[in-house]
Design a binder for this molecule. Structure first.
Ligand code: BDR
Ligand code: CA
Length: 307
């Protein structure tokens, strides 16, 4: 199996993505590292431990990383989508984490996994890129041990926080700039343009809920997110952003990608956080297309294996 680190800010779609990784034998989930984002860091860290407990996976270290972005802290949160607790009001209904967070912290835990793994490690960041930027800055010697970075974030079209910027990019544009334009590692970006084209509708959610107690609880977590999507987009369907990226990390080639050098707007104007084609950095594999039915089916089938 591919050794995998998920860097996350749970987050409803992060929770689906974590369950998906636990359920997939193609990957060996070596660590879950957490970052500020949808809610504050202490909550994302607790939530990550709770979701792993719900998934029935013990022994995976959870380590807290950055509580704020590298340069400009705007205390941006996404509680309107994910609920004040980050898990649709269901965080306290989930089992408690089975272990305390790893005291070494996110960057040290990621570095240890990279050093110890016999094969190249995939890192799947599904939140702001702060921890990954710090890892690359503190441990440049470990970059060759990273097989791929598969990030959910960015947008080549409209944003979801501002007209120009997607949430994860907007939370820490300087970190996104570091990772997307200077990483020395193959980077795949799974942008909003694509994830918005993979909507999980009522049938999908009903099948998730019917799958077993874990699926049922996960469907409850998605409930508030579903209401928020209906209010914002007028449709009864949710975008499983992070799960789409993690599926690509698990099954490389699931998404069709286009190699595109990118630039990230880091000025404080209205374009801040926009990810735009151009620049002189290495090409990023930007996910542009997918068999939507197959993606949704794979996520459902795999999470369903957890019962
Ligand atoms: C991204 O922002 C967060 O709210 C989601 O968890 C996802 O990672 C989508 O823009
Ligand atoms: Ca996320």
């Amino acid at each position: 199996p591919i050794p995998l680190i998920i860097d996350t800010d749970p987050g409803v779609d992060d929770a689906v993505a974590l369950m998906l990784a636990v359920a997939s034998p193609e990957v060996d989930l070596r660590a879950v590292t957490t970052v500020f984002g949808n809610v504050a860091l202490p909550q994302t860290t607790r939530n990550a431990g709770r979701v792993l407990a719900l998934a029935g996976r013990t022994g995976v270290p959870v380590a807290a990383g950055a509580a704020r972005p590298l340069v400009h802290d705007r205390a941006e949160r996404a509680e309107q989508w994910h609920g004040g607790d980050g898990l649709g009001g269901r965080a306290d209904a989930l089992p408690d984490p089975t272990a305390a967070p790893d005291a070494r912290g996110a960057v040290a835990v990621m570095a240890a996994v990279l050093r110890e793994a016999a094969e190249p490690v995939t890192i799947a960041p599904i939140g702001p890129l702060t921890n990954v930027a710090l890892l690359l800055a503190v441990h440049p010697e470990l970059a060759p041990r990273i097989g791929r970075i598969v990030w959910m974030g960015g947008s080549l079209g409209a944003g979801n926080v501002t007209g120009a910027a997607e949430f994860n990019a907007h939370c820490d544009p300087e970190a996104a700039h570091r990772v997307l334009t200077q990483a020395d590692v193959p980077v795949t970006m799974v942008p909003l343009d694509l994830t918005h084209r993979c909507p999980a509708g009522p049938d999908w959610l009903a099948a998730l809920a019917a799958g077993g107690p874990r699926g049922h609880e996960l469907a409850q977590v998605v409930g508030h997110y579903r209401v928020a999507f209906r209010a914002r987009h007028g449709v009864d369907a949710v975008a499983l952003h992070d799960a789409v990226a993690v599926l690509e990390a698990i099954a490389p080639g699931t998404l069709r990608t286009d190699p595109t050098p990118l630039a990230v707007a880091c000025d404080l104007g209205p374009a801040r956080g926009a990810t735009v084609p151009g620049g002189t950095g290495p090409a990023v594999a930007v996910a542009v297309d997918a068999d939507v039915g197959a993606v949704l089916g794979a996520v459902l089938e795999r999470v369903g294996r957890l019962g």
